[in-house]
Write a protein that binds this ligand. Sequence first.
Ligand code: NDP
Ligand code: MG
Length: 395
Amino acid sequence: MMRSISIFGATGSIGESTFDLIVRAGGADVFRTVALTGCGNITRLAEMARTLRAEIAVTADPGRLFDLRAALVGSGIEAAAGPDAIAEAADRPADWTMSAIVGAAGLVPSLRALRHGRTLALANKEGLVTAGSLLLASAKVHSATILPVDSEHSAVFQALMGEDTATVERVIITASGGPFRDWPLERLKVATVAEAKVHPNWSMGNRISIDSASMFNKALELIETREYFGFDPDMIEAVVHPQSIVHALVGFRDGAMMAHLGPPDMRHAIGFALNFPDRAALPVARLDLVQLGSLTFQEPDSKRFPALRLAREVMQIRGLSGAAFNAAKEIALDLFMAGRIGFLDMACLVEKTLSHLSSEINLGNDASNLEDVLEMDHLARQRAGELASGKITNR
Ligand code: NDP
Ligand code: MG
């Protein structure tokens, strides 16, 4: 029987890389594509759906249903629109599902896909930060497998293969440091969206690229490491590694460290998740160590990048704090992208939001119920918006 797949967030950077691997592996002749989803890029979504002969194509934007139908006319491919339609597309069983929607919007489709007890390739780190325990519990209940697709987490996963996790002493994820790695605080204050969008090593969606510049991406990834692998927060570190060749290292109690190296190409981690437990040949560049010459590592600076310090707090508190942190971060990022707040204001706003929320509610409260998590996500967005517009002041 043909292996069935779905891609949530097909039109994005991860979605495109996933599509590329699927097409190279034989496309519609080898895979039965159930659902492909996108949001604003209707032309590309329809094109991908036609190429893979998908059962259904869904846009998250309810206002684009007409356009999607028009783009799919004569193909026999179903069209649907809106967040509920995306969740319903996840109710259609697929052997392998890529979760690559950006933001907390990826959480519900991930949870729904897990119900089929198959494999979820998880790129959507915001879902794991927002409701890690819920995702992991759901995978357990339904005997589903979650494979991490974030490059650092795929690297940790691979370094742990065949190892006893009880012998692990430390986990180190690397950060390129982004375009502002060496910028002084004064210059960071006036950093623009255009400057923040340009990542030195990776080609990614705009939001994660800006999160890399502020190191909010690494902050999310520290929490992601905590949630996915379950190690204590003080075992987890982030190290700046400007070349982005070593993605993560795992240190064991005998002093040995297992490092994962690879070119900065997400098709590596996606291909690993697509072929797991096999290691199939992948169309990624091979490393030339001699040409690279040296790999360097530096201490991250949590003064210039306060997101890292905030992540530490969330890793300790857990519960609903991840949902609050991520939602506040999404609002702060929206405001920065809209030119309404400065680059450094993003971390200030997230910190203020967390401190305001913690005076209203215990952020450590249990996060095993989806309604509670979504309510916190909503509340944190509301508070962050109010704090940014000066409707409430921080005490
Ligand atoms: P992109 O912005 O490139 O793509 C996001 C995808 O989600 C697009 O298909 C987009 O549709 C769709 N989308 C946007 N908003 C919504 C919404 N509200 N509801 C449903 N779908 C929506 O993001 P990336 O591919 O860069 O990142 C995707 C996820 O993977 C993120 O969680 C990111 O953190 C993670 N990740 C990404 C990496 C990378 O290299 N890019 C590396 C590691 C993790 P459309 O484009 O049609 O509007
Ligand atoms: Mg990453």
